[in-house]
Structures are given as structure tokens and as C-alpha cells.
Design a protein around this ligand. Sequence first.
Ligand code: 9WN
Length: 490
Amino acid sequence: MSFVAKPARNTGSIGPDGVPDQLGEADAALWRGATTILAANWTGTHTVPSRTLYPHQWSWDAGFISIGLAHTAPDRAWRDLRSLFEAQWPDGRVPHIVFDPGVTERDYFPGPTFWAGEGGPVGSGRGNGGRPNGNAGGTPDRTFSAPAGTNGGPARLSSGIVQPPVHALGAWTIYRRAPGHAAAEELRWLYPRLVAQQEYLATARDVGGAGLSAIVHPWESGLDNSPSWDEALAAVPVTPDVLRRYARRDNQVVASKHRPTDEDYARYLTIALSYRDGGYRDADLGPRHPFLVECPGFNALRGAAELALARIAEVVGADPAVHRARAASITRLLVDRLFDPETGMFHPLDVRTGRRNPARCVNGLLPLILPELPAVQVASLVAVLESDRFGVSARMPVPSYDRTAADFDPFRYWRGPVWSNINWLLWRGLRTHGQVELAGTVRAALLDLVRGSGYYEYFHPGNAAGIGSPAFSWTAALTLDLLADPDPPA
Ligand code: 9WN
């Protein structure tokens, strides 16, 4: 796969203002805009996704952000990943949010108090108060993570769920762009932590018992409000007063019609409370947890992470073969368990019912990033991408949901709009499988979108209007990568 290949290539010289010489005027302006946003969203230890909507550090955002910073500020890229992994739990999980102690509870919900519940704070090192990552529930006590607060600041608390593991891809990209002794040292620090993250997902989260990881909350997929989860969510008994006990903040910052409905949000909180009140333990999740789903996007990224780890292993003197074998196994399992020949794409599997969700969502196309995906599945995914359902065109990148579905919603979170991180992954996946022309179409459409509408969190798939948060970090970061490396190594 293209992200996990050969070390450093220089794609051109850099001008005195840090802009690559090969860029024309419009692209140079786009580059400058992206670097300005990333600088404004940098806190000194990490980058926030958005100053307005997401004022803490998010896990998979940090991975994508590091891929962009690799081109402009590798030191900050390493620091960002370190900051996240300093909050890794002793059982290997990397929390989906690491809270900034300087931000008040009012500024984001659900914040540290929600995730802690009555048992006290949740986080690594000094902040955890001995639970649950202080080895509650029989989790292995692998305390290699540096205590939070080692930067001289107060301990950083965290949520207790995870997000897709895109960090090894990030680390390999930073190293590939700027190798050397210091970068190799960063890889040496990260490698055991990245391995522990993968082991956690491969063992504690193998709830279905076949070798794929289950997510315990839609937020873990990163595609929070996707129709992928509708069937499984419908079976979650809603705690009736949950939205009276907890006030949402997201729909006070952006329009309600762009965000999940109250009904869905109540279910999100109910599921999170179930996991929290079980002490974030993963043992026996099957009988007691209301949401357990194998997501094709999440597992494909797990496979891609193994391939990036194989590259990193070569640098740090570890065994790459074990990582390649795991990637191959994840690829096989995805095909066996989640591919539906009738729709020609992948679908999430509800572990509780054994049923695959029939909706055609963009996470069902993400296994394209796996280089060993068989030709039959590749051809099938490309056909879906070119069909009216997802309709890649020079005018518009790929939407998050089937355009022809009756409930396609061009505004609402993950139920129609276009997202840059997903299109970036599809771009890389298409290149991996030699679909250079189609990949080029996705890349050009994505750059046009940002050029015309700004660095938004997501975009209307019809009129291209920016939606959600403006000045969004991963949109800026991945724009840099698209501009810097239009022809990444295969
Ligand atoms: C909940 C930060 C995150 C992204 C997710 C996106 C959204 C959070 C929210 O924002 O989720 O984690 O409050 O809606 O869905 O992918 O990581 O950018």
C-alpha cells in the first residue's frame, strides 16, 4: 500500500516561505491557508480538531493531522502523537479524547466528568485514581505509558472508548518524509505503544471470536451518525431521562439539522453509560453491552496499521513479518465476514444478532486501502464508487452514504455529506490498486472543494457548501498531503 512503502522521497524543493516550489499560485494560497489553520489549532502540546466544536485532543484526528504536519512541522507531528500516546491506558487502548485540563466542562460535552462517573477520574498515570486502567477488571498492567502531566502540566484525563487506529500510518508518514536519527528515536518510543494498541483491539475487542474487532459505541467508528449503526441502535433501550440529566452542547455550536437527532444522541449516551458503568471492562461484553458491531472501516484501518508497523519494525529492529501476517489475516476475515456479493461492498456486522447492516455506507468501501484485497472485491468496490450511489466525479468527491437511498441527507452528520479524511483514504486505496485515474479524480475534486468552500469539517454533497466546524484540522492537514505528495510511492 502506498503509505507503507519506501523511505523518503523528495517531491520537490521548498521555497523560503515553506511552500513547495512546484505549486501554482492558487495551490500555494491553499497551502498557506492550511498551515495557518494548523498553527492556530496548535495548543503547545497537541492540535485540536477545531477551536469551536472540539477543544480537546481526538485520537484519529491526531493521526490524520500528523500526516499533514509531516510536510510542514515534523517536530509538532511527533509531539502530537506523543501527547496522545502519553494518555494510553495500561491495557493498550488509546482513548478517543484526551482532555485538556485548561478547557472547562462547559466547553465540550461529554467531558471528563461524564466519562468518569462516580468512580473518579479516567486517564493514564497520575490522573487515574487507580481506576479503571489501574488494572481494574483484570486488564493487564502494562504501565509503559508515561504518566500524564510529564510535560509539567496537570494530568490529562480521557474518555474510555477508542477510535480507528490511524496512528501507525501517521508515524510512518512523518518518518518517510523526514528520516534520520531523531525520527528513528521517535519511532522507537512509539513502536511498543502502537503494538499494544493493536493487541488491545485484536484481543479484548475480538468479541465475535473470529479475529475482527468490535466497536462498543458508534463514536468508536469515527463515522458517528452513519446509517451503518441504525439497526443496532434501534435495539438499544433508551434511558428515558438521559437527555434531561445531560445537556448537549454540539447543537448549540452548529445547526441542529447538521448534527445527530436527540433520539440518536440519547442512545449514544445510554451506550456510553453502559460501558462506563461496567468499569470499561471488555470481558463478557456479549451478554451485557447493548452495542457490539464489527465495522469494515475500523478493521480495514487496523489492517493498514499492521502494514505501517511492518515498515516501522524494519527501522526499529523488530520483526516485520508478524505484522504482515496480521494484515493478511484481517484482509481475509473482512472478505469472509463483511463482504456482501449482492451489494458488492462491505457492511458492518452486528455481533449480537449476527446480521449485517444492509445500508450502503462509505465505511463499506474503505477496505480498498488494503493491498491484499482480492481483485474480485477491488473491482466490485470500484464499480460501486463509479455508480450513481457514490458517483465519484470531477465535480464532487465521494459522499458518506448512498446518494440514491431514501434517507440520504445532504446535511446531517455522516448520513450524506462529504468528508475529506474518508476521501483521502479512498484516494490512497485506489492508488494502491492501480486505479490511478479514478484516484486522481478524487484528489482533484477534494482539492477543488476545499479551494472553493474552505477547510470545513464536512461538505454538502450537492452544492459544496461547508458544514460543521470551519478551520478544521484534518481537512487542512490532508490538503497539505494532497498538495505535497500527489504521486506517493506505491
Ligand atoms: C465525538 C473530532 C471528532 C471526530 C469524529 C466526528 C466527531 C465527536 C462529536 O468529531 O465526533 O467523538 O462530538 O461528534 O464524528 O470522527 O473524530 O473531530
